[in-house]
Design a protein around this ligand. Sequence first.
Ligand code: B1H
Length: 844
Amino acid sequence: KHAPALKENNYKQISIRGIPLLENVEEVKKVFNRHLHFTIVKDRDVATDHDYYESIAYTVRDHLVSRWIRTNQYHFETDQKRVYYLSLEYHMGRALSNCMINLGIENSVDEALYEMGLNIEELEELESEAALGNGGLGRLAACYLDSMATLGLSAYGYGLRYDYGIFAQKIEDGYQKEYPENWLRYACPWEISRPEFLVPVQYYGKVIDDKDGKKKWVEYITVHAMPYDSPIPGYNNNVVNTLRLWSAKASEKFNFALFNSGDYIRAVAEQSSSEDITRVLYPNDDFDEGKILRLKQEYFLVSASVQDIIARYKRSKINLKADQQVDFTNFPDKAAIQLNDTHPALSVVELMRLLIDVENLGWDQAFDITKRTIAFTNHTLLPEALEKWPIDMFQKLLPRHFQLITDINAHHLDIVQKKWPEDKERMKRMTIIDDEAKKVNMGYLSVVGSHAVNGVAQMHSDLLKSTIMKDFYELNPEKFQNKTNGITPRRWLLICNPDLADLITTKIGEGWITDLAQLKQLRDYVDDEQFIRDIQRVKFENKERLSKFLKKNFNVNINPNSMFDVQVKRLHEYKRQLLNCLRVITVYNRIKANPDKDVIQRTIIFGGKAAPGYKTAKLIIKLICNVARTVSEDPVIGDRLRVVFLENYGVSLAEKIIPAVDLSEQISLAGLEASGTSNMKMMLNGGLTIGTMDGANVEICEEVGKDNIFTFGLTYKEVDELREKGYNAKDYYEHNAELKQAIEQIRDGVFSPEDPNLFSDIVKSLLESDEKFMLLADYEEYMKAHERVEQLYKDGTEWTKKCILNIAAAGKFSSDRAIREYAKDIWNVTPTDKKLPSPDAGRP
Ligand code: B1H
């Protein structure tokens, strides 16, 4: 077993990770043994490693509990405005090390376990990750929860507790296979169920006119939403916020008829069907599948959460005065609801319904309150991802909501008509309910029902205004904003890259952990030779660690002395992993053609899941794997080129890969990647970016300066013009011999001798129908950009200087910065760096 970090005589590490006072260490051991005995009910003769993991998780949780309770007390007492983040996805990853770091007890726990003969790092690996998200959108929600807690906001995450998160990916014979990810197989030590806050959610039925002229939803069926709460600790501030995830529970009344007819067994058995609502996460990224089960999920989250939010408002301090009618006038001053894309867009209608039908407010007041409460973040312009529900499906499942949307739409179109009386076309474009296509447009509903709409990077926000939301921008320009995404520096530097975190801290102190802009002080050290060597050493050790991990877990061999050139993200045509693959084939061909030429050694790493129904994306995985095989079997290549496709990319694997990245591949066609966040993670960990002028790459380039990034490819404007004039793949194909060769090799089965036509669809789409992603248009410049990469890499010192400048310029991409902007410009709440009193200091 390796010696724990504090024995390495590194005082900085001790200060960041908490000082392991002897009494703390003794206390940890005591509590650990108590949990093993009383909670797990084992002794050390029979305990498994997983039992040890659970015992330590419960030990750490004990440290959270009083802070958690006290945070709630504090929020009640101060009654500041609460922020509610609603998302169908939370890609949380593992909680143990995050909790230890944020509580400052990591070194104590480490030391205690060491003294008991256990290894913290090995135990951490046993935690199954909460992978309740697909990609960037779900991870963003997780980073934002971390920042909201760290900034002392009274903030709540609401989501769904899927039994099955994103599937586990296996690569078998080069093909992706999906396996269910039952993350709850072992009880999750972090969550606490709250049956006392069970909430009914209704579906189907019809609407009748009640005696008093009101609308009444009747004959619905009911499913119950059971809340499970998880702690969200802030960094070193004694704040612990809550993530509340809803799980579907059949209502006993659901099968009343069957129970009464005496068919007891069937009645009980059929309960499970309503519990299917939260069974599984839809595994699509940037794609709307349009299934009714998904609509049920969306309404389930929305209805349970909005009811909960209203209930909390009623129980809050200003409303506690006995038997007084609750006044909703101040609701928007006490609650902000942020919609993470359109997936929870029904919040607009559910809040209207509850205010009008249940709380008896008038329509106009209800709509005013709704708009002032809700704000909407858009995450994509891709047409296939924009949610539009078929009218019949919607109306059948949610009849009352359909009526309310009809009213909202009439109100909205009335305003449009007043502003543009003659413009019939505009009216048609702007309708929320499209009678021709028979669809309800959830994006338009979200804009109309919100006071603020934002994109996730400057370029994306600008495009929103000039493309899909142009009419809406012209109607309400004041609503539209930009909030460039960010990542939490706690997980994405302090936790995943402890040696770099320590090195930075020795130079500039630890203020960067909560104020990432301070990283710019590192510029002072860009010529410091010792610092340059230290940065190189840390990067090399991270690459070595990743290599060992891959060897041990996947039997993959990579050489830490080579450049790690990495593209890890969901597999999607617009992200253009295929362009990277064409480049790999070209590099391979060049080595073959010129075996004596001196080239740098490269390891090209791919990773990412394809949606199970996305055939093209899955075929691209197969192609990458086959190219990897061909390269590795070719004796001429030797150690100059290795290509690997890593299985099951997700948060936990990302934490191992990102610290080891030399080169970050961000090569989407300009205009298609709303922001990207892996670009930010790699920059923060000293990776250099090769990328197009798309999404947040544009801002990365602004921050670091164009000499310190490898940009290439068509700009959005050029893409637009090319599309206008007509994209013709053959133009590029015929004029670039290396490109032609690579495509012909794919076509001729060089990488699939056992089935030469395997990739014919890929070849066909590249040459005949790729106006959507224009791969070939960017190929040549991409190759040239890689030649610049190669040039620079040959000079280790110059390369490392640019790494330092990248780290120094990453401050903007902290999720703390992003959340401060949301707090100020959208939610009207005030962040604080004040600590709550520690638990032993009496009730706040
Ligand atoms: C992003 C999605 C998304 N944009 C539909 N849109 C989904 C759409 O299950 N669905 O139906 C799931 C996810 N995800 C990503 O959001 C963008 O592509 C990234 O560019 C961006 O960085 C990320 C966070 O804003």
